[in-house]
Design a protein. Structure first.
Length: 276
């Protein structure tokens, strides 16, 4: 058996992120061969991760970032089992490294991202390996991307909620973009504008409004008109361009954007939050 010293153990720990004792045992088993030791740690990590595959991973981080030119943004949710691990710097760094891989590769969806290579391994394999090191289940549960002339990312403090917003024009004061990205985070709109609301949601809102009016004893021939009035209120509260601007309730988001640049519009947005 090779004489394993503390420097070797520390080196393997830096390479893998595994615990000191795990690194020492792996080096002893590999008789000092670092490549073999890394493979031993990977296989042990996979075995541990497989045992925890049926566990729930409801904690984690939601991270968002844009390309250097600001024309494309991506968002991921990397999940784990406990808030303790979710707040760990290594876990957050893993999430950011996966997000950087996504941005560099230009991946299009979650499955493609999981199959993308990172440090010589698929992202999915890297997640399993890191999962085994901590002893918790890790899961890449969400991926979203948006492209536009300008895209703004926002991560709410605590890394549980993030947004991406696309804009029709680039080159404006970045605070304008940030304001709208924060608006999406705070107010959770269902769509950009009235015409973008899914038909299913419109039908539900109209039926709810009719039922409320019916329960209030309103005449049957007035129900549709009353429901339409309530729908207009829904548009104002739940569609981004018609919402009151959280920094100035005298303005809608549409009016705020027009005050900064005529014709400036939101082209789309993504909002994702962990249900914790």
């Amino acid at each position: 058996m090779s004489n394993i010293n503390a420097a070797d153990v520390a080196k393997l720990r830096r390479m893998t992120g595994a615990g000191m004792m795990d690194c020492k045992k792996a080096l002893e088993e590999a008789t000092g061969d670092f490549e073999k030791a890394q493979e031993i740690i990977r296989k042990r990590g996979q075995a541990i991760a497989n045992k925890r595959a049926d566990r729930e991973a409801t904690e984690g981080v939601v991270l968002a970032k844009t390309t250097a030119d600001g024309t494309r943004g991506m968002m991921i949710s990397l999940n784990c089992e406990t808030d303790f691990v979710a707040k760990n710097a290594d876990f957050i760094a893993l999430g950011n490294s996966i997000l950087n891989v996504a941005l560099k590769s230009g991946t299009a969806d979650l499955d493609a991202l999981k199959s993308t290579s990172a440090d010589g391994r698929k992202v999915s394999e890297l997640i399993i390996e890191k999962s085994g090191i901590t002893g918790e289940k890790f899961e890449l549960s969400f991926f979203g991307t948006i492209s536009a002339p300008a895209v703004q990312a926002y991560i709410h403090p605590g890394n549980k909620l993030a947004t991406l917003v696309g804009f029709s024009k680039a080159g404006l004061d970045i605070q304008v973009y940030k304001d709208v990205a924060m608006q999406v985070a705070a107010m959770n709109p269902v769509s950009v504008d009235k015409d973008d609301v899914p038909e299913k949601i419109l039908a539900q809102e109209l039926e709810i409004a009719r039922e409320q009016a019916r329960n209030e004893g309103k005449p049957a021939d007035m129900l549709d008109k009353i429901a339409q009035g309530k729908l207009n209120k829904f548009f104002k509260e739940s569609t981004l361009m018609n919402q009151e601007f959280i920094k100035d309730s005298k303005l809608s988001i549409r009016q705020y954007l027009e005050s900064k640049d005529k014709g400036l519009k939101v082209t789309g947005f993504i909002r994702y939050t962990l249900n914790v």
